[in-house]
Design a protein around this ligand. Structure first.
Ligand code: HEC
Length: 154
């Protein structure tokens, strides 16, 4: 009975994997998958910023260790942005503006600015001083906004 269940579960997992792999290759060929991926990266950015804002404002009872986790995640995501946006994908609704590919170096510089601002926040978090963390948080938000202003449709 037990083995039977395990086998059924394994078969289910394989089926799910096959469906996921199949839909991914279809999505990729239309650019839909890439657009979804970019939005997921940005959604993750938004989640981490929301968590950080709560900590910095003192609404969430968490300290520098948590700040370090969120800052590190944003820093890593910033490093993924040039690759994720390199291709002007089509096939799904997107707010990415054509200006990105007309001014690629500037767009990449704005991703690098987020990488630097989040690295400074990581450093402040490692120092453990909440005041320094608060001061380093603002520039991170400013680099999100700095890119959206020019490269994301309202
Ligand atoms: C280098 C440019 C750039 C930086 C830096 C950047 N973004 Fe974005 N962001 C974009 C673009 C372009 C889009 C539109 C993506 C699309 O619709 O395909 C976007 C979309 C979003 C979205 C909407 C996602 C969705 O599901 O439609 C959120 C939320 C977001 N960004 C949050 C952030 C946060 C928070 C930061 C900073 C931690 C940030 N972004 C940094 C360029 C950037």
């Amino acid at each position: 009975m037990r083995n039977w269940r395990v086998t059924a579960l394994a078969a289910g997992a394989i089926a799910v994997t096959m469906v996921a792999a199949g839909s991914f290759s279809v999505a990729e060929s239309t650019g839909e998958g890439l657009i979804k991926y970019r939005k997921a990266l940005m959604g993750a950015n938004g989640g981490h910023m929301g968590a950080l804002a709560g900590i910095v404002r003192g609404e969430a009872e968490h300290g520098a260790d948590d700040v370090l986790v969120h800052a590190t995640a944003i820093n890593a995501i910033a490093g993924l942005l040039p690759d994720a946006f390199m291709e002007n994908a089509e096939g799904a609704e997107t707010r990415a503006l054509p200006a990105i590919w007309e001014n690629w170096d500037d767009f990449a510089a704005k991703a690098a600015a987020l990488e630097e601002a989040s690295a400074a926040l990581m450093e402040a978090a490692e120092g453990g001083d909440m005041e320094a963390i608060g001061a380093a948080f603002g520039p991170v938000g400013a680099s999100c906004g700095g890119c959206h202003e020019t490269y994301r449709a309202q």
